[in-house]
Write a protein that binds this ligand. Sequence first.
Ligand SMILES: Cc1cc2nc3c(=O)[nH]c(=O)nc-3n(C[C@H](O)[C@H](O)[C@H](O)COP(=O)(O)OP(=O)(O)OC[C@H]3O[C@@H](n4cnc5c(N)ncnc54)[C@H](O)[C@@H]3O)c2cc1C
Ligand code: SF4
Length: 328
Amino acid sequence: MTPVSYHRVGSAADAVRLGALDGHRLLGGGTNLVDLMRKGVEQPAVLVDVSGLSSLIEEAADGSLVIGAAARNAAVAAHPLVRTRYPMLARAILGGASAQIRNMATVGGNLLQRTRCLYFADAAGSKCNKRVPGSGCDAQGGFTRYHAILGASPSCIATHPSDMAVALAALDARLHLASAAGVRILPLLDFHQLPGDRPDIETILAPGEVIVAIELPLSDVAARSTYRKVRDRASYAFALVSVAAGLALEGDRIVNVRIALGGVAAKPWRALRAEAVLRGGPANAEAFARAAEAEFADAAPLPSNAFKVPLATRTLAAVLTELSGERA
Ligand SMILES: Cc1cc2nc3c(=O)[nH]c(=O)nc-3n(C[C@H](O)[C@H](O)[C@H](O)COP(=O)(O)OP(=O)(O)OC[C@H]3O[C@@H](n4cnc5c(N)ncnc54)[C@H](O)[C@@H]3O)c2cc1C
Ligand code: SF4
């Protein structure tokens, strides 16, 4: 690892000012960035530690919950208002990493963690368009068990690794992004980008912009919600597929529904087709199966991850069944 200097900042203004300088990188808990520095994938000259920015979790006047970007993952999952109002978020966080990592990792850093594609992490030996634009993609024809089945491109077939981001996508979370021009607020769904021919551009974060908070709007689907993650080991493994879903029911009718999927695309994948099939219709097994099939109708798997299509289809239907059953 090359020598690096370190600054800890106490205000978003300082984070914005220093983070914009050449060779400077923001540091949250360091659980991803420092790992990538050790592997030679990231080589910042200066680390700007933003873990001292707001970590408060507060209810706003309109009933939404505002979570400071420096809040630790463990603190968010344990917060009483998160556990009761947004159970899918608490479960998604607890499904990720280990207790030690969740104690270090911050909300801002979690959203910007990099893909776990093996070839991306192999700076010394593999070609990767995300790491070195235009260099090629060694995952094509390689080990693709964890790779994308939706929204991929010939340039990149990596998946986004965050569990938390999947729940935030289903909850219509909004990001607060600070820059020298002030704070802009935008839907999390617009934040992460599909690869196209520029897989190195992963988000719409502008140079020097800092995530300062995440806002969870009040939601009629959040209270009856859950997160299910299917992985190769019972713990401490990234998702093969995951489902965050919430249902609002009136009798047997689905009045509202929110679904997002993990492990299937380069961004948290909002399952809009499945939602459209379900909204206003009956909460029964036939509708759940139809919705899941509709969502994966355009899936484009590779031979070694084709199993993800039936796996994700069945997981989505099972989660919806569980949520509707809880109603009784
Ligand atoms: C062994 C292991 C297993 C894991 N398993 C899982 C898992 O199953 N599921 C899962 O979701 N995650 C998993 N993780 C990932 C872990 O959750 C992330 O490493 C962590 O959330 C990153 O947060 P951090 O604060 O440490 O980020 P850092 O490593 O500090 O930063 C990550 C990136 O975010 C940027 N950044 C940080 N804060 C801000 C900010 N406020 N504004 C703008 N940019 C910012 C940094 O510059 C950097 O580019 C695992 C990690 C490890 C090491
Ligand atoms: S799939 Fe994406 S991240 Fe992985 S090697 Fe190819 S370009 Fe790189």
